[in-house]
Design a protein around this ligand. Structure first.
Ligand code: CP3
Length: 341
């Protein structure tokens, strides 16, 4: 069915002719074509809720950058919204929630989201799957429960996430009740994504790095592991826990198929910690500000370090909006043209 299934084979640990490549935040502002489509929506939230526009920007990077997968254009914040906390995306600032969670009564008011509550994401996936017509796999995603919890408590981004962490220390039982509700919502949501055409799922734990190691296992990985248990019988699941350098081995003990690495991690050391899981990453997005020669040599060096099998080439975090599209293309082409021994 799929003409290019490199990503799925790599994720499952099957043999590949070359490493697949896609980029976090590829469906985004690095492409002028994205900006043009976005201008047709009233605001970011309406953009995310429009399946035709979401489909258009999900496919743009496949056509323009030549990546080996599409990721559905959406946001991790659709889950808090479906549970009862609407969000806005403030220009040049980021996410903002008018209501936040303060206590058990607030948690009890939240609903457990069902796939139907996120019908617009399901429609966007169905449409994108159809438009892709088997060219490349389609990636679905969700935020990790801890990362969503952090937004639901703070109401916005934060340097320290100290309010969210305060909640873990001061009201641990309420925190677990909320994390459990987010987890159940996420499982319903991701099962819906698979039914709507997602071939692989990625869990983004963007704020993993603000927790201590024991707190990370108790309040984050425990719930990610439940999600992997529920979804991995259906499709491969990639866990990307940014800055959780201490957790690679423990992540490899979950039922995930692949582990995303940020750019601070060493490929060889990570191989030693990750058992037989596939690794994904991990070029510094800022490498793409360098000149062409440096981009080519560092990318080739990274490919050699990870090796051809059980590897998905990507950045160590998302593309920055001011990167030059030609340099992004160069990165993708270096991976696709690399002469493996
Ligand atoms: O990767 C992709 O191309 C798919 C689309 C995608 C978006 N957000 C679209 C988006 C994905 C996978 C996300 C995930 C997401 N959203 C994460 C986890 C990944 C990460 O970057 O750590 C987080 C933490 C969010 C929350 C969020 N959404 C923030 C903090 C912001 C503002 C800051 C920023 O990076 O712009 C967003 C907005 C957002 N989500 C944009 C896009 C393309 C930019 C909005 C715009 O068009 O101006």
């Amino acid at each position: 069915m799929l003409k290019n299934d490199l990503l799925l084979r790599a994720a499952r640990g099957e043999n590949v002719e070359r490493a697949p490549v896609w980029l976090m935040r590829q469906a985004g502002r690095v492409l002028p074509e994205y900006k043009a489509t976005r201008a047709r929506a009233k605001n970011f939230v309406e953009f995310v809720k429009n399946p035709e526009l979401a489909c258009e920007v999900s496919i743009q990077p496949v056509d323009i950058l030549g990546v080996d997968a599409a990721i559905i254009f959406s946001d991790i914040l659709v889950i808090p919204e479906a549970m009862g906390l609407p969000y806005q995306m403030i220009e040049a600032k980021g996410p903002w929630f008018e209501k936040t969670i303060k206590n058990l009564a607030d948690v009890e008011q939240l609903k457990i989201a069902q796939a139907d509550d996120l019908d617009y994401v399901m429609k966007a996936l169905q449409l994108t799957k159809k438009e892709l017509n088997g060219r490349v796999p389609l990636i679905g995603f969700a935020g990790a429960p801890w990362t969503l919890f952090a937004y639901m408590i703070e109401g916005s981004g934060s340097k320290t996430f100290s309010k969210a962490k305060q909640f873990l220390y001061a009201q641990p039982q309420v925190a677990h009740a909320l994390l459990e509700k987010i987890t159940q919502s996420t499982i319903n949501y991701l099962k819906g994504q698979v039914n709507s055409g997602a071939d692989l799922l990625q869990i983004f734990d963007s704020w993993a790095g603000v927790l201590s190691e024991p707190m990370y296992y108790e309040f984050s990985l425990h719930y990610i592991s439940k999600i992997c248990d529920a979804l991995s019988p259906l499709v491969p699941v990639t866990v990307f826990a940014k800055d959780a350098h201490f957790a690679i081995q423990k992540i490899s003990e979950t039922n995930c198929s692949a582990i995303g690495l940020d750019w601070t991690l060493d490929p060889l050391k990570s191989r030693g910690q990750a058992g037989n899981k596939t690794l994904q990453g991990n070029a510094d997005p800022c490498l793409l500000y360098a000149d062409e020669k440096k981009i080519i040599s560092d990318t080739q060096h990274m490919l050699r370090a990870f090796g051809k099998q059980r590897y998905i080439c990507n950045l160590g975090h998302g593309l920055y909006p001011d990167l030059d599209k030609e340099k992004v293309k160069l990165f993708v082409n270096v991976v696709k043209e690399y002469k493996w021994e």
